[in-house]
Design a protein around this ligand. Sequence first.
Ligand code: G4P
Length: 294
Amino acid sequence: MNYQWYPGHMTKAVRMMQENIKLIDLIIELVDARIPMSSRNPDIDELGRNKSRIVLLNKSDLADPVQNKKWMQYFEEQGAHALEVNSKSGAGVKSINGLVQEACKEKIERDRKRGIVNRPVRAMVVGIPNVGKSTFINSFAGKACAKTGNKPGVTKGKQWIRLNKSLELLDTPGILWPKFDDQEVGMRLAFIGSMNDEIIVQEELACDLIRVVMQLYPQVLAQRYGWEESWPEGDSGKQPQSLTEIEAAGLLERIAVSRNCFSKGEEPDLPRAAALLIDDFRSGRLGRMTLERR
Ligand code: G4P
């Protein structure tokens, strides 16, 4: 399948981002821990040059714990500060305050030398749609937050949430649209539901998901849908990473049978099986998985 992204208000979003980035010291970038690379927009590196950066591996509850650690290490090697979080439950969110101080150490020191004390760090949350920005802001800012309103000298209309005496957050997150030439990146974005599902053929997406899952977690589908061997019959010795489209379609059919999805003519109902598989993956029912590796 050809994975396409039709950007909505891309130019407007980029312009807003450029405007907002001028006002802040720190970028809190959310990525999806299941696909930490494909869920980033690489433009942020250029846009956020000279700003401190915290990368949050959000939805870490849905990703493979071993891979979460590896990805944290990767982002730290790139010069960012990194943390696993689950914005939905709030796990990990509290540790961010300490990390903010660490990430902005130089700025705080620079201010101090100029005699500026207690000027809060200003931060903006950024990420692609659906990565969890609003959930994160709600979790991080909590109910106690007070909007500080417009500030003199700050572009009219900007709202800041005062989190504590040393941190303010811009209340509107920066939306970064996915950007990719690589079809594999598009495919992974479609897996996690960050592409418009209406333009995606669910059966084809499900077959791609089967191929990727079989490659990285070869036992998972067999365990979940109850068949014995972990790749199609008749291919003795063949490694799961080389599953063909036809073999993947064969497994989708098995999922339909195992979940009793049949159409009127008693044929396996593949669209229903595809929707079920994709939903099982997105909700974590297939287990914690990371579909992108370093
Ligand atoms: P956005 O502002 O970046 O577009 O994302 P938003 O916060 O709306 O979150 C998108 C979906 O991701 C929401 O699910 C939200 O609950 C879920 N989510 C956010 N962070 C996490 C996390 O750390 N772990 C898990 N498991 N899910 C997370 P939804 O289905 O759209 O809504 P809801 O049914 O959860 O309310």
